[in-house]
Design a protein around this ligand. Sequence first.
Ligand SMILES: Nc1ncnc2c1ncn2[C@@H]1O[C@H](COP(=O)(O)OP(=O)(O)OP(=O)(O)O)[C@@H](O)[C@H]1O
Length: 813
Amino acid sequence: MARSKQTKTKTSKSKEEKTPVFAFLKTRQTQNILGLFLILFSVFLCIAFISFFFNWQADQSTLNHLTDKTVKSNNLLGKIGANLSHFFIYKGFGLAAFFIVYQIFITGFYILIKRKFAKIIISWNWGLLSMVWLSITLGFLHQKYALLSGIVGFEINNYLQTFLGKTGLAIVLVFLFFTYIIIRYKVTIDTYLENWKAQRAERQENAEKEAIEISSAEEVEKVKEIPLENKEEKKSEFELSLENLQPTISKHSDVNKKETITLKIEEEPKIEPVLVEETVEDKNDLDINVEISEEEEHSTENLSDKILKDFGEFDPTLELSNFRFPTFNLLKQYNESISIDPEELEANKNRIVETLKNYKIGIAEIKATVGPTITLYEIVPEAGIRISKIKNLEDDIALSLSALGIRIIAPIPGKGTIGIEVPNKKSTIVSMHSAISSKKFQESQMELPIGLGKTISNETFVVDLAKMPHLLMAGATGQGKSVGLNAVLTSLLYKKHPAEVKFVLVDPKKVELTLFNKIERHYLAKLPDSEEAIITDTTKVVHTLNSLCIEMDNRYDLLKSAMVRNIKEYNQKFKKRKLNPNDGHQFLPYIVLVIDEFADLIMTAGKEVETPIARLAQLARAIGIHLIVATQRPSVNVITGIIKANFPARIAFRVTSKIDSRTILDAGGADQLIGRGDLLYTNGNSITRIQCAFVDTPEVEKITDFIGSQKAYAEAHLLPEYVDDESGTSIDVDIADRDKLFKEAAEIIITAQQGSASLLQRKLKLGYNRAGRLIDQLEAAGIVGGFEGSKARQVLVPDFMALEQLLENEKKQ
Ligand SMILES: Nc1ncnc2c1ncn2[C@@H]1O[C@H](COP(=O)(O)OP(=O)(O)OP(=O)(O)O)[C@@H](O)[C@H]1O
């Protein structure tokens, strides 16, 4: 109950804040105008009230003729002044009505100097209480002059007197007065006593000081009169002050000494040490003067709440606030009405029944669900028939139906029937348009929604990539993998603002994802030193993956310091302005890493790629880095155990063998798909057959053009820098430490135009280690390029002339 109440007030508050009136009231101009108005209005009332005390009797007759021009008022501020004064003073609180003037004035003043609203409220509370008290007190003191107390004070006074009597009321009024002083000004009897004691002590101290000063002055006079010779003896009394003198004085000759002494004695402050002694003695009698410090000001609200109130929630999309999401008309529409020939249905049904009959399997019931590319026949076998029997007949049924892509699901989970999926003769294309525009996708509250396509029952299939949390995609070439990847990316582009999601695209084939280059500054993330955001080069992939691991570690640190468990909570907290950007906190976009041809990467870089991928797959889910890895060859050396274990969500397009199907899905079936976007999706438990939404290259081009033509960030989202241990930049060999054979080695390499350690080994008759060191030094000098696996290093210097020049330049530096 309480919570619902709270939320209600919260929502009403936020509504208030959103209405233009309240927004308008918050501007400083409005506040200045309001403050000034209140101050001047209080001046107006003050003049009117004062004037009213002199003219109230004369103005009595004019009060009810506010609109009558002929009737004039004596009040300095006319009839309005007279009427207002009559209302507040005569009918209200008498002389105490001046409190209202004061309150209005102080409110205006507080608004001008931006005091807190709470202060204004407190001030009004005290002001109104004081007004009522004064009004009653004046009514009590001057019953004859009712104007002083106003009708309110007069009546309350009369009323209370009948209950308490005159004396009782007097006591109550005095009590209220002191209560007010004690609470409002925090004055207690102790403070008075202490102040009084402190004053008394100070008076005493002053009196004693004066006495000492007088006596010391007399002493000085006496000393002045003493002849120079005797002054040496007299000095003892002022010993302390003499010691404090500069050392130069002591080094003077006797004659000088005498002169110095005279000088010293003339300085009156030298008496001070005596004085100090006396006051110390004196202070022993004194009580400590305890100063009661004023209570610290407390804020009524949390700082982050205040920032939230003043600036509203943090809006990550603010920098690109005019960003427009791609429109539906960029996507092609196809004729998607599913039509299946009733004859085809009937024929299929008959064949299924007959085939099963041949194997002595009776059917109690059969039902067909027509999907975009396949039709599902659900059969209920007669009692006593074993399910495994039907499952084993898969190939026979396929043969008798003479169709590709038959899949038998026995039993359909949660239904208790057996499903036989038969492809339609005429398949319908599921357009991306229909997936994106579906209610299910549009209204989804998922973090990273993906409209993958349509199920057999023609429902749009929407999944959350954030929940997957990583996706493995496999399928033989030409079966719809690239289209599937585009469908995933398109879904995210239609739903997520550039501030909310960033893509890291790895495309070893170099052609599949190039279109996304156009949205580099909106949606892509890249390494700081790379020119192209889409990564096609293997070494860059390794760097990017390691950089993502660093980003992951950084994000975990942020999450830890924010004391939240995942990116969603973190971003919510950040939006609520509970995390300070000065402590390194920032809004974290999701990062989706897409690798188009994983097999290729594993072949070229092996462990170097596998290790960071496995690390990311294991740990990155909580911090918003999600992986989509696609491969043509779902063999076990590509999709290794460790990768498989961390990619529970899998999509299988048609694969060529049952083994591949098992590798990707841990079950058969993918080998029996019909291709062209026909896929099986699993997230660990059940397998769903889906017709992937179709988005072709011109559509992707239109979408990327649409986004690319809009205002973008200054550059792509930058990932943390990763310095490879083996890269040339990390080798920093001092020129002085170079091998004696450095120049000779350089010449051999330049002559051969081939940078390999074995060449140096042979030509210079060196051991492997020394040749390796030489190569490192040559690399650091910029003579050979970086390590390129089994290939020889590139030679960057064309001839000896260039070498000489390079070495000369080095010396100059
Ligand atoms: N969802 C779909 N609906 C209809 N047709 C599709 C669908 N997906 C793919 N196709 C058809 O299949 C063809 C090949 O698709 P795609 O290029 O995605 O295959 P691929 O698996 O990526 O091939 P490769 O691995 O060689 O790149 C497309 O040109 C298209 O004609």
